[in-house]
Design a binder for this molecule. Structure first.
Ligand code: SF4
Ligand code: SF4
Length: 414
């Protein structure tokens, strides 16, 4: 059966997908900076204490932070999917970086097959697997386990002994595998924000979504015999949380982040699934202009909407497999950031409201540093974030202000 064709800009080409009714008009998206995460799991607990604290949800972690390369929730999820794909298309899962095009193929083209294209489209819509129950039981297995213990191998660009933290939520994919696989049509993507939801009243617990999602983000709840997944904290994104008085608000996991590694927002997309040019949207800037943040396993083909600034110290081959061929440019852009990139990075966790645009006011030169043998000037610029109505909601400087207390403190500070 011939499936409809859709455009996947992350792969730089069209691909087969079960539904051709087009992506959402506005899309939930986020950037996670792996370089800053301290694996405190505050995000994990913020999510769990809000959405998955009830009977039957004991093994359910919609947000999890795992230690790569050995950790995974469920265990080995990514290695298992990569192996299935390799088996279906031996030696063919490769990128062609010569076909790079700034708008239509920013990372080149993926010449291999997606999880939709290795399926037969008849008996199964997506290549996947159902993890056994024991794979869900240790959400933080191999925490902080490095590849080797080395006293000498800890200098950039690649550490000899390494690990890093990978923060994971549902990617609210533009072409969701969970949605394509559901025989009950119980999964839908909201046109106004691209959030992917399971209609619990339609779900019969066949677990086809659990099997199909390459990121393993739908989870089965035995007490209700239905599958559940991250709901993108949609009441907050809709602006119905009283705290923001009607303004769109970031999710629980984003706003709780101690390491200030997360920035979430909404981007406008066209009928082709490509982002409308919106130069002053911080997510648009980081993903499409600075190209400092990359999708997770884009080769799976779901066009995921969480983007990662890759860890600077990890082996490039490993990172290219995980984030695609844009890794070297992204690390270069992060290691020696432009004045604008450095400014936009200050917006992470500066406010709980969703920032729709930003402006940078140039500040004075504050010093010089040496980065990779090159002298770099530093400026204390001011970055201003605006809400959906264009009103200022946050103002931060590149230099964190140092506030000295007066010598005589009158109140009792213990
Ligand atoms: S990450 Fe998985 S569960 Fe989430 S939208 Fe994509 S395919 Fe569906
Ligand atoms: S709260 Fe932030 S820093 Fe802590 S584990 Fe989660 S993503 Fe990492």
């Amino acid at each position: 059966m011939a499936l409809p064709k859709v455009y996947n800009w992350q792969l730089g080409r069209e691909m087969d997908y079960r539904f051709a009714n087009g992506p959402a008009k506005r899309q939930f998206a986020a950037v996670f900076n792996t370089n800053r995460c301290i694996a405190c799991q505050t995000c994990t607990m913020a999510c769990k204490s809000t959405w998955t604290f009830s009977p039957g949800q004991e093994l359910m972690w919609w947000n999890n932070v795992e230690t790569k390369p050995y950790g995974g929730y469920p265990h080995n999820w990514d290695v298992n999917v990569l192996e299935l794909q390799e088996k279906a298309n031996p030696g063919g899962q490769a990128w062609n970086v010569a076909k790079k095009d700034p708008k239509n193929a920013p990372y080149g083209t993926f010449d291999g097959k997606t999880i939709f294209e290795t399926a037969d489209g008849l008996t199964n819509m997506v290549t996947g697997y159902l993890p056994p129950e024991e794979d869900w039981k240790a959400p933080n297995i191999h925490e902080d386990t490095a590849t080797l213990h080395s006293k000498t191998g800890v200098s950039l660009p690649e550490h000899a002994g390494w690990f890093f933290y990978l923060q994971r939520i549902c990617n609210h994919c533009s072409y969701p595998a969970c949605l394509a696989a559901c025989p009950r049509n119980a999964i839908y993507k909201r046109p106004d924000d691209g959030i992917v939801l399971i209609d619990e009243s339609r779900c019969r617990g066949y677990r086809k979504c659990v099997e199909a999602c390459p990121y393993k983000k739908p989870m089965y709840r035995p007490s209700t015999r239905t599958s559940e997944k991250c709901i993108g904290c949609y009441p907050r994104v809709e602006g119905t949380d009283p705290l923001t008085k009607g303004l769109p608000m970031e999710t629980r996991c984003m706003t709780a982040c101690i390491g200030k590694i997360r920035l979430q927002g909404l981007v406008s997309v066209d009928a082709n699934g490509q982002w409308f040019e919106d130069r002053q949207n911080p997510l648009y800037y980081l993903v499409q202009v600075a190209k400092v943040a990359l999708p997770l396993y884009p080769q799976f083909g779901t066009q995921p909407n969480v983007y990662y600034i890759p860890p600077r110290w990890a082996p490039r081959d490993y990172l290219r497999q995980m984030f695609g061929p844009g890794v070297d440019d992204a690390i270069a852009a992060y290691t020696n950031p432009s004045r604008e990139t450095l400014g936009v990075l200050q917006l992470f966790r500066a406010t709980q409201k969703i920032i729709f645009s930003y402006k940078i006011q140039p500040g004075p030169k504050t010093g010089e540093i040496n980065v990779a043998g090159k002298v770099r000037e530093l400026f204390n610029d001011t970055v201003i974030g605006f809400d959906s109505n264009g009103n200022e909601i946050v103002r931060v400087t590149v230099d964190e202000p140092l506030i000295e207390r007066p010598a005589q403190i009158t109140m009792n500070t213990i």
